[in-house]
Design a protein. Structure first.
Length: 281
């Protein structure tokens, strides 16, 4: 019996079209034999996992040049999704055009806003080029290819140029060569722990009090927790109150659980969005 034919393909939700960075992560993480559900927005991605249409989602959460994709923390929270892993992808951006043009022919470059942010310094040299936000890096390459669009460039990966048969007229145009995006892997059910986690993503809401955040950070450091990220986002039904989205390395799992209990008991609410393995070398 052929076990490969017996297995149902995993349905993976991403924002973007084939050739996007999300697509690359989906393939590198789950393999090539997947059903890709491509959406225009992160909100739709989350909905498809929440409803069970997709098995898992891949979602960019922060980039080493452009910073956090803040709305995504809130999307994970509102759609009750769990983070079960993370993935760091090196990102090379390239100026991609319909073949046979030079940079002086290009009047407009469209791309994902995070990609544009990562290439601001390069485009400062070309004030004649208008930068326009679009849904996804590869989507613009697809449109250029389908419509044989001249005068318009995409910022996308070499894979996207290849996939859509376009030409790269400037390579590695991101502000620094060493550029990474951190993606998280999401699912609907609370993951079963297969090993002791070394990293966690948390939403912590504390009452507004003098020194509240300092108290929280001290407690975390006393429990061998090494914060890798902290973001505050507004609690929308309580104006001017904030929740903190925190990623932390776990030094000792028992101490981590103890810290979560102590925060809950003495000054806040804790939602564990995910416990997983730290993938950063
Ligand atoms: O547009 C794409 O190709 C994406 O996969 C999106 C995205 C992002 O959301 O940050 C992914 C990685 C890069 O940092 C730029 C864009």
């Amino acid at each position: 019996m052929n076990h490969v034919l017996d297995t149902k393909k995993l349905n993976i939700a991403i924002q973007g079209v084939p050739g996007s960075f999300h697509h690359q992560v989906a393939q590198q993480y789950f393999g090539e034999n997947i059903d890709l559900g491509g959406f225009h927005t992160f909100e739709e991605v989350a909905k498809s996992v929440e409803s069970g249409t997709a098995d898992y989602a891949v979602m960019a959460i922060e980039n080493s040049i452009a910073g956090a994709i803040l709305p995504n923390y809130d999307i994970i929270d509102r759609h009750h999704l769990f983070v079960f892993d993370e993935y760091y992808l090196p990102i090379s951006h390239n100026l991609i055009v319909w073949p046979g043009q030079s940079i002086s022919d290009i009047k407009e470059v469209r791309s994902h806003p995070m990609a544009i942010l990562q290439c601001k310094v390069f485009f400062a040299q070309y004030p004649h080029i208008r930068l326009i936000d679009d849904v996804d890096t590869a989507y613009v390459a697809q449109v250029i290819a389908e419509q044989h669009l001249r005068g318009v460039g995409a910022i996308a990966s070499p894979k996207a140029a290849d996939y859509y048969g376009l030409e790269i007229i400037a390579s590695d145009i991101q502000t620094v060569k060493n550029n990474f995006t951190r993606f998280i892997l999401l699912q609907r059910e609370k993951p079963q722990l297969k090993e002791i986690p070394t990293k966690a993503s948390l939403k912590i809401t504390i009452q507004n009090q003098k020194g509240g955040l300092a108290k929280l950070l001290t407690l975390m450091s006393e429990h061998d927790l090494d914060l890798t990220k902290i973001q505050s986002i507004p609690v929308i039904n309580k104006p001017w109150e904030y929740a903190f989205f925190i990623d932390t390395l776990i030094g000792n799992y028992d101490l981590f659980l103890l810290a979560m209990d102590q925060i809950r008991e003495s000054f806040g609410e804790v939602k564990i969005l995910g416990e997983y393995r730290n993938r950063k070398a």
